[in-house]
Design a protein around this ligand. Structure first.
Ligand code: AKG
Length: 293
């Protein structure tokens, strides 16, 4: 099994002839940028067409079987982040190293263009994630800020793109945001799964009041939402008959540095303190050239 992290350009057909309906764009409007600035997110951006969704779903089906080829390449692989078999959250980091569609997604102009605008600089890959909740017994992801998990990289210049591989609704556990919370200070980690409201213990009264007004980010399959690394977000359980699968791309503005002597992700060599993210595991992302014949 070859490790696709050696390849810093598309290797398969995911981006060939994409978007027959011409629905995806590679630039956000001033209004969308203003929404991100004010609320900490911008949602409902079409990024994948039906063929791309089908390819990624098929690849994910393979990746979710623990015995698949290339399994040694994951940075993290949790069949269930929870101990509770009735609240399953499949969560894994490193799909881009193993599976061509998840690899090529990084070079998708409909992702890189908006990411460059929101970061106001060149886009460098941090890591990817898969979050998948099965039908009927899918678990919740507790309220958190992404940057609580990333303080080993500085300065703050990070961005999350969450891509729906199924229609995501409040009923099957779509993302929920607390608009404006990206202006809060950094909170400690209080658990990724389990008690949804564990973060309540570390909030002040004003923040606790704001938590009463979450916004459900309902998306059609193939749409994405971008959120700020300090934005408070979480997602509820899935008790519906439909799965809720998502691919997540986490990127940084070029120049963000490692602040750790340890490897930033399991299975990587350490970058050392002060070294900008780069090299094989953190490529600079520029749009793929026009589709090949
Ligand atoms: O998919 C989910 O429910 C949670 C995703 C999340 O927390 C993230 O992408 O930062």
């Amino acid at each position: 099994m070859s490790d696709l992290s050696h390849r810093h350009e598309p290797v398969g057909a995911l981006l060939d002839g994409a978007d027959p309906a011409g629905e995806s764009v590679s630039e956000l409007t001033a209004e969308q940028l203003g929404h991100f600035e004010t609320h900490g997110y911008v949602a409902g951006i079409r990024i994948l067409d039906a063929g791309q969704i089908a390819q990624l779903r098929a690849e994910l089906e393979v990746l979710m079987k623990p015995e698949h080829e290339g399994r040694e390449l994951w940075h993290e692989y949790h069949v269930n982040e929870n101990d509770d078999p009735n609240a399953v959250v499949f969560h894994a980091l490193g799909a881009w190293r193993i599976s061509s569609g998840f690899h090529d997604l990084l070079w998708h102009s409909a992702f890189i263009g908006p990411a460059r605008q929101l970061l106001e600089g060149d886009v460098r890959f941090w890591h990817d994630q898969i979050f998948s909740k099965p039908a009927r017994h899918g678990g919740n992801v507790a309220w958190h800020q992404d940057y609580s998990y990333w303080t080993r990289t500085k300065p703050l210049g990070h961005l999350t793109c969450w891509i729906a591989l199924d229609d995501a609704t409040i009923d099957n556990g779509c993302l929920q945001y607390i608009p404006g919370s990206h202006r809060w200070s950094l909170l400690p980690k209080t658990g990724l799964v389990g008690d949804m409201d564990a973060v309540g213990d570390v909030l002040d009264d004003q923040q606790r009041a704001a938590m009463k007004n979450p916004v459900a980010i309902e998306l059609r399959a193939g749409e994405c939402t971008f959120h700020h690394p300090m934005l408070m977000h979480g997602s509820g359980p899935n008790r519906t008959d439909r799965p809720r699968r998502a691919a997540v791309l986490n990127v940084v503005r070029d120049g963000v540095r490692s602040m750790s002597e340890e490897p930033l992700l399991a299975g990587q060599p350490p970058l050392g303190i002060g070294t900008p993210l780069g090299g094989r595991f953190h490529p600079l992302l520029t749009e793929a050239a026009a589709p090949r014949d």
